[in-house]
Design a protein around this ligand. Structure first.
Ligand SMILES: Cc1cc2nc3c(=O)[nH]c(=O)nc-3n(C[C@H](O)[C@H](O)[C@H](O)COP(=O)(O)O)c2cc1C
Length: 365
């Protein structure tokens, strides 16, 4: 059977009105979750072209770096008309800088601003930002209030369930954020202490959903398939879902979700050859922004995900990562194309790849 005719079935969810972030109506209820080093302009464009993705976001952007005109930071917020609707996620703990950054972004033309309150990495939390903000409720809510009041675009917050098992604070935070005008909260159903270990705690997300009156709560964590999304909706009552690693492993997931929601059926993810085309296209987009040899280096992280998803032999993945020039890059891809996947066929359905996570104690990430 050809891949085009394959259809999966799964009972569709009840119909609901579109997702609203304040006055902004989102095109679907499936958002891209920020992933440092991955959710850049090129990746957002690729996923948008495949269909189904709602709000696209940058990964965490240092508010101070943005205001100091840091070149690397500014390049993180690059966008284009096709990259819409578009949100920038900022982090920082100084109210003045955070408000200035929000105003700068509003003038720049973003559709929404997200505040990072979930990052567990020491480099971020040691300055009181990221998930450390979940340890000081009063200061944090004040900071968020000031940001909301300094702009007219929707301001959202992305957080974890809390610092650790003993401090599950996301329901209280969500209610307080709603009262100061936050347009939506996104909740990764793990604590900071958990890092990426264990399973996502759907009960914790549900408690956060129940704590707010009107604003949407976006559920996040471990959604890699339609049954995962269905379970997230049913067990948490969340209004939308954000997907991070699942989108790296399968950039078609948003299209599949939207098809499922409309019809109770959905098509398969792309084949080995589709993924290879996508890889080339994403690299070409990158070459529009950076000289080829720089683009090759910048693409290595993303290339790793593509090749894992394509089930390319380990040795060939290694060779691809060694490429330094356009010729070497093309030569490595030509060999990969010739060989095909280790499991499956070039034009058939590929088995799901293993999804790696940052590992080790969270303090050392
Ligand atoms: C490599 C990596 C980078 C991440 N970077 C960010 C980030 O910049 N900002 C943020 O709020 N969350 C970040 N996260 C967390 C994700 O947005 C998401 O909450 C988490 O991966 C769980 O969702 P998932 O299972 O769909 O990936 C990152 C996660 C990973 C694995």
């Amino acid at each position: 059977m050809s891949v085009e005719t394959v259809r999966y079935q799964h009972p569709k969810p009840p119909e609901r009105p579109p997702l609203q972030y304040g006055s902004l109506t989102l095109p679907s209820r499936y958002l891209l979750s920020p992933l440092a080093g991955f959710t850049n302009l090129e990746f957002r464009l690729i996923v948008r072209e495949l269909g189904g993705m709602s709000l696209g976001t940058t990964d965490l952007v240092n508010a101070r770096g943005l205001m100091h005109g840091n070149e690397g930071t500014r390049s993180m917020i690059e966008t284009c008309p096709e990259d819409s609707p578009f949100s920038v996620q900022i982090f920082g703990s100084e109210p003045e800088i955070m408000c200035q950054a929000a105003q700068f972004l509003e003038t720049y033309g973003v559709d929404a601003i997200d505040i990072n309150m979930g990052c567990p990495v020491h480099r971020i939390t040691k300055g009181g930002a990221g998930s450390a903000m979940m340890c000081q409720q009063e200061e944090t809510v004040q900071l968020v209030r000031q940001i909301v009041e300094s702009v007219s675009v929707p301001v959202t917050v992305k957080m974890r369930l809390g610092w650790d098992d003993k401090q599950i604070t996301s329901p209280d935070f969500a209610a307080a954020f709603e009262s100061v005008g936050v347009a939506a909260v996104m909740i990764h159903g793990r604590t900071r202490e958990q890092g990426f270990s264990g399973n996502v705690n759907l009960d914790g997300i549900r408690k956060t959903v129940e704590a707010v009156k009107k604003i949407p709560v976006i559920g996040n964590g471990d959604v890699r398939s339609i049954p995962d999304a269905d379970r997230m909706f049913r067990e948490t009552g969340c209004h939308g879902i954000s997907i991070g690693r699942g989108a790296l492993a399968n950039p078609w997931i948003f299209r599949q979700l939207v098809e499922w929601e409309a019809t109770g059926e959905y098509g398969p993810a792309g084949t080995f050859l589709d993924r290879l085309n996508l890889l080339r296209k994403q690299f070409e987009y990158l070459e529009r922004r950076f000289p080829t040899e720089k683009a090759i280096v910048r693409f290595r992280k993303m290339g790793h995900w593509y090749l894992k998803g394509m089930r390319v032999r380990k040795r060939m993945r290694g060779d691809f990562q060694q490429a330094r020039t356009r010729e070497e890059f093309e030569a490595a891809l030509a060999l990969i194309e010739q060989e095909g996947p280790v499991h499956g066929t070039k034009d058939g359905i590929l088995p799901d790849p293993h999804i790696p996570v940052p590992s080790g104690p969270v303090e050392r990430w």
